[in-house]
Write a protein that binds this ligand. Structure first.
Ligand code: ATP
Ligand code: ATP
Ligand code: MG
Ligand code: MG
Ligand code: MG
Ligand code: MG
Length: 254
């Protein structure tokens, strides 16, 4: 019987390891598309930035925030998204594998679910997947430095990719030629190459490309009832300096 099976086999549970996230720490879950170099070329994403693909990433991340109220902020760029859980969350009793797998599958399933909303004319050719990790940060400064690291990465990659594809698409250079020209250049030189060779002022590129996307919760009035409701807002702003953190001071105090 089932009852007998339970008493006889139940010991296997003791092989499970405790993986509770340390108390008082910020929990960061970062997802990253698996082999998206291949995925983006199979689906002919526009280079360097396919806007619809970024919006699909943002929609999927918003779905995670709708489902998990303790995610107070998310930051995304390229094929990755980071989710910040407030430091005192007791989601899944802080069990790491539960939190990470639930967030990953909510995101991955949403990416497929919303695919057609963003790519009406494009068939999804195979199931995309994402890897995930959890990192714990004990101080607010560590958390801010983590997010600064990701946004600095957005800037470095996007400036390079914009110049690289600018040389290919507007100057007709080959991949190798473009790579050679950019090899060893610093930021100011890439800006200058873009301006002189490609007639592109980097500062006029979309903020979503240059800054990535920050998802925050905002309390808004719902007319005519004057009730208030939390909505999830995408922002494309600097999160390295202090001003974002002063404006959204409730995030660090949660
Ligand atoms: P891994 O599985 O190790 O992450 P990967 O191929 O996904 O391998 P990444 O370093 O994550 O490697 O790079 C993501 C790739 O997807 C890059 O080539 C990037 O240019 C491309 N990519 C991601 N988002 C977009 C987008 N919105 N538009 C165009 N290309 C994109
Ligand atoms: P949790 O998030 O804690 O896992 P849960 O609602 O998923 O909550 P489970 O113990 O995993 O709880 O139970 C799964 C539920 O789904 C049960 O109610 C089960 O009867 C139902 N279910 C799963 N597969 C089927 C199926 N093929 N046909 C009908 N019902 C199913
Ligand atoms: Mg990777
Ligand atoms: Mg990837
Ligand atoms: Mg990546
Ligand atoms: Mg279940």
């Amino acid at each position: 019987s089932i009852a007998m099976a339970k008493s006889k086999y139940e010991y296997v549970r003791t092989f499970e390891l405790e993986d509770k996230c340390l108390q008082n720490c910020w929990i960061v879950v970062r997802l990253d598309g698996r082999s998206f170099h291949r995925f983006t070329s199979a689906h002919k994403f526009e280079k360097p930035n396919d806007k619809r693909a970024l919006e699909l990433m943002n929609r999927s991340a918003a779905a995670v925030m709708e489902e998990f109220r303790d995610v107070s902020l998310a930051y995304g760029q390229s094929d990755e998204y980071s989710f910040i859980l407030r430091k005192n969350t007791d989601l899944y009793n802080r069990r790491q594998s539960k939190i990470m797998s639930a967030i990953n599958s909510t995101f991955s399933a949403s990416y497929v679910y919303y695919w057609n909303t963003y790519f009406e004319d494009k068939k999804l050719l195979y199931p995309p997947s994402f890897d995930a990790r959890i990192v714990l940060y004990p101080s607010d400064q560590n958390l801010r430095d983590y997010l600064s690291w990701r946004q600095a990465d957005t800037h470095i990659n996007n400036l390079y990719n914009t110049a690289f594809w600018g040389l290919i698409l507007t100057k007709g250079l080959s991949n190798n030629e473009a790579e050679k020209i950019l090899c060893g250049t610093v930021s100011s030189e890439k800006n200058e190459i873009l301006f002189k060779e490609c007639d592109t002022n980097y500062n006029n590129e979309l903020p979503m490309y240059r800054k990535g996307t920050v998802l925050v919760r905002k309390l808004v009035n719902i007319p005519p009832s004057k009730s208030k409701k939390h909505i999830i807002c995408p922002l494309h702003v600097d999160i390295i300096g202090d001003s974002f953190w002063e404006e959204y001071d409730e995030i660090l105090s949660l």
